[in-house]
Design a protein around this ligand. Sequence first.
Ligand code: AOF
Ligand code: ZN
Length: 350
Amino acid sequence: MLPKNELFIRRTYDLSRLGVQNVRSNPTVGSIIVKNNLILSEGYYKKYGGKHAEVNAFENIHRSQLTDNDKLNVTLYVSLEPCCIVGKTPACTDLIKQNSVTNVVIGSIDKTPKVDGNGVTILKNAGIKTLTNIEQIDGDQIAKTRNVFAIKQRPYITLKWAESANGFITSFGEQTIISNAFSKRLVHKWRSEHDAILIGTETARIDNPQLNNRHYFGPSPIRIVFDRTLKLPTSLHIFNDNHPTWVITESNKEYDIQHNEAITYIRFKFDVALLQNLTDYLYQKDIGRLFVEGGAKTHDAFIEAGLFDEVRIIKSNHMLKGGIKAPEIHHSPDLTIKMANDKVSFFYIS
Ligand code: AOF
Ligand code: ZN
């Protein structure tokens, strides 16, 4: 069995994951309060802008458990370094200091520049025994989407495609079904865990996807589509429901369609700075996680620009006779080849 601290911190990781569909650019965070080796209460960060995990953990303590003249003398476990800044909510370090916490055990450091170790220092200076980096590898994994957002000032970008056994993503110019019922559901789960989902013009035109989450519980992301000259047919699914769609275009016009109020037109020049401008814009809009579903040209542009953090590939056992080759992950200035390979996950289907 794992030692006590590791066991309890792993519980905070499990809790943190419960928030994954709703935290946007904020981190997923879990926290528990422990006294005499018993968990008194648990909490997690449920919703963007809501109460922090530590606040929920404190609020979930039953009054009858407040013994010792209301002095808790407890250990607080938290998956991420407690915040020490007044953001959308008060600083958690103040809450911890006010509640007679004797020990704090932390999984991973919050790389948000104004926090980044300062939360730990404040707790230590207040005389609270503070342990960091417990089960850190998994803690860093959980914190990584937020840390990319905070450090790189852009969303965490996941590229996803499905490819045949011989490495083709599609036959030429027509929709090709590579996935099966299981992978379809998996992809919808992934969609529910991103804030926005992006496709290129050709994928919108040829596949006519709904780009929502229908096969898993939880929300559907905002849809983003490139359409330089607004040439896409207005009969496409993405333009015919009331779910938000952001159209990246050079045109000053608008589509002549019924649900135009659900469409946001974002106007950029389609030049070398396009993806940088787009990711800057998404950062301003607090889009924390971007899911790029293709096609090949769109994936290649993100790979070429080094604008990706993770690649998920659904790999089929079936062959396609020919068509468009799956993207290749090349070396890029800020990614070593090893890192790029580490980012690639294959999900096999038959
Ligand atoms: C925590 N516990 O549950 C979360 C934290 O004002 P905000 O909500 O945007 O966030 C300000 C800081 O709090 C920022 O550093 C962010 O990473 C962190 N989020 N911190 O102690 C939590 N969600
Ligand atoms: Zn906090």
